[in-house]
Design a protein around this ligand. Structure first.
Ligand SMILES: [Zn+2]
Length: 247
């Protein structure tokens, strides 16, 4: 994938996450630089729905803006840098204040997949609490120390919640991260409904593994690409969707 195509996906991801109510005025999505793994692309501090390719900045894992760009970056960019630093195979990160997940960040009720399309959120979704290491804060991840502390709690999982704040998901591509971010919100809403009729039957670890493998093995235009194509249309944007030779 060229850098131009990757930036196009980052822009589309912002618009999709806004259209699917995962982000509002806040939240962000990034992609690791394919040629400089210690850099990543992320928009300047703007609401995701307003972002165009001109708003994308290049930032080092430490959070420094490069290329003499003086525009204001997101305060919480350290979430992205710290995860890329800890996990070389992660290529994209989405952070949101996705509303339906919040109850699972402030109670003992654990968020877990209950429907097949939500399997990529993973069987274990840890909750990070800023209070545990940093005491009273404004709850935002505003330093690399906080980002690294969060990345440690996220571990090898695909998603983690932040107590009283939101959630962050990772992906091996922008499309995978967006898929997991959308379905984390969907699963949270459905789990909330199902919890009215206990006991709730969750996906087993075996089911989660098989479903995730099927998505990972999907051919072009299937799986994550199929969801992407739908969400682009739903968000009213023109974006790279089908690979030309398959039409
Ligand atoms: Zn946040």
């Amino acid at each position: 994938m060229t850098i131009k195509d990757l930036i196009e996906d980052v822009v589309a991801a912002n618009r999709i996450l806004a259209a699917e109510n995962v982000v509002d005025a806040f939240g962000h999505v990034s992609a690791r630089h394919p040629e400089k793994p210690r850099h990543y692309f992320i928009a300047r501090a703007l609401p995701p729905e307003l972002i165009t390719a001109e708003d994308i900045m290049e930032i080092t894992l430490d959070g420094e803006v490069v290329n003499g760009d003086t525009r204001k970056p997101y305060l919480e960019r350290h979430i992205h840098g710290a995860i890329y630093e800890a996990q070389p195979d992660v290529k994209s990160v989405v952070h949101s204040h996705s509303r339906s997940v919040i109850p699972y960040s402030v109670t003992d009720e654990r968020l877990r997949p209950i429907v097949h399309s939500c399997a990529t959120i993973g069987g274990h979704i840890p909750v990070w609490d800023a209070q545990a290491t940093f005491g009273d804060t404004n709850m935002l991840i505003s330093s690399m120390a906080m980002g690294r502390d969060f990345a440690k709690v996220l571990g090898q999982n695909n998603a983690a919640l932040m107590r009283g704040h939101g959630c962050t998901v990772i992906g091996r591509s922008v499309r995978e991260a967006v898929y997991t971010a959308v379905y984390l919100e969907v699963n949270a809403g459905l789990q909330m409904q199902a919890s009215r009729f206990p006991p709730v039957k969750f996906l087993t670890e075996g089911e989660i593994k098989i479903i995730c493998q099927r998505l990972a093995d999907a051919k072009p235009n299937e799986g994550y690409d199929r969801a992407w194509e739908y969400w682009c249309r739903h968000a009213g944007i023109e974006a790279r969707t089908r690979t030309p030779d398959s039409i």
